[in-house]
Design a protein around this ligand. Structure first.
Ligand code: G3H
Ligand code: 13P
Ligand code: ZN
Length: 335
């Protein structure tokens, strides 16, 4: 058993308390490889933002679970060295399991040094979700690891459930769920979804430049939840904005992305000023990395050293994360 405390990581408790008081959201950025983790740490140290490094079960398999533990520790050491070199403050870093689907996976992550886990029981019946989430909480809290649960189902990329009321979180369930499970934060469904195609074009209006403007998030549900569980940290998954510039670069350089629509930044800013304390972003990083690499290959087809194309990809990520912290989530200068 490796305690996250020995790796220099923190759980999300204090981060969320400060985010709730300060009316901002902590970024939760997914990573699978070295360039992504370097970019996240560089951007968050430079903007002086707390950060949650997020690993999905797919990412854990891809990156190798043993190496990941040391990547979490390496992130902390890199952060300390960068902060000292630049005369900046050290930032809190949590290492979080994203969309854990079994008790065993959560245990395995906790044993290898994760400071926070999500148990996503949202696809089970309500009672099964409560039972599974409580089991994870009871285990995790012995080690001071924080737990995120989920109520309501987020659409997948291909599922057309965004507009269906039944998938939104039911505010009347949240008090019972939070009390019976003991979770530290709650992911809710108010109209976001995973991936780069969050809305169908026919659900959107278009501005003069032809950019799709999706329907607003269901803030009335968030506000009702806030009345039911005042001061409780809320998590928003599926919060990429799918920037038109990144999609354009991809498509101008051989890509074939169609009808890509994300969550407008002003919607995320509003959510972060309410009870949303954690905002999950993965797809935007994938898009900017792909845009930079495609452009590089197009501009310099003779290059074959991975550093030549992964370097610009890392730079694109740094710019994006800084922008999110400073101008969307409000987490910059909060350490
Ligand atoms: O919410 C899902 C994340 O974007 C992770 O995706 O399972 O493909 O790593 P993944
Ligand atoms: P996006 O696909 O919108 O980036 O969402 C990521 C996410 O919710 C990870 O859990
Ligand atoms: Zn998610």
């Amino acid at each position: 058993m490796t305690s996250y405390k020995d790796l220099g990581l923190v759980n999300t408790k204090e981060m969320f308390k400060k985010a709730m008081e300060g009316k901002y959201a902590v970024p939760a950025y997914n990573f699978n490889n070295m360039e992504q983790i370097q970019a996240i740490i560089s951007a968050c140290v430079e903007t002086q933002s707390p950060v949650i490094l997020q690993v999905s079960s797919g990412a854990r398999k891809y990156a190798n679970q043993t190496l990941l533990k040391y990547m979490g520790q390496g992130a902390v050491e890199m952060m300390k060295a960068m902060a000292a070199e630049k005369g900046l403050k050290e930032i809190p870093i949590a290492l979080h399991l994203d969309h854990g689907d079994t008790f065993e996976l959560c245990v395995s992550c906790i044993e290898s040094g994760f400071s926070s886990v999500m148990i996503d029981g949202s696809h089970h019946s309500y009672e099964e979700n409560v039972a599974l989430t409580k089991k994870v909480v009871d285990y995790a809290h012995q080690y001071d690891v924080t737990v995120e649960g989920e109520l309501g189902v987020l659409a997948g990329i291909e599922d057309d459930v965004v507009a269906e009321k039944s998938t939104y979180t039911k505010p009347e369930e949240v008090v019972d769920f939070v009390n019976r499970t003991g979770v530290d934060s709650l992911a809710i469904s108010i109209g976001t979804s995973h991936g780069a195609n969050k809305f169908k074009p026919e659900q959107c209006t278009q501005n003069e430049e032809g950019v799709y403007i999706p329907p607003p998030l269901k803030f009335e549900i968030l506000e009702e939840i806030m009345k039911q569980i005042p001061g409780f940290p809320i998590v928003l998954h599926g919060s990429s904005s799918v920037p038109v510039e990144a999609v354009k670069i991809i498509n101008e350089n051989g890509g074939a992305l169609k009808d890509s629509v994300g969550i407008p930044e002003d919607q995320l800013r509003k959510a972060a000023s309410l009870a949303v304390c954690k905002v999950n972003i993965d797809s935007d990083g994938r898009l900017w990395m792909t845009a930079a690499i495609r452009k590089h290959f197009n501009d310099k087809p003779a290059d074959f050293d991975p550093r030549k194309y992964l370097g610009p990809a890392r730079e694109a990520l740094i710019n994006m994360y800084k922008h999110k912290n400073e101008s969307v989530l409000g987490s910059a200068n909060k350490v």
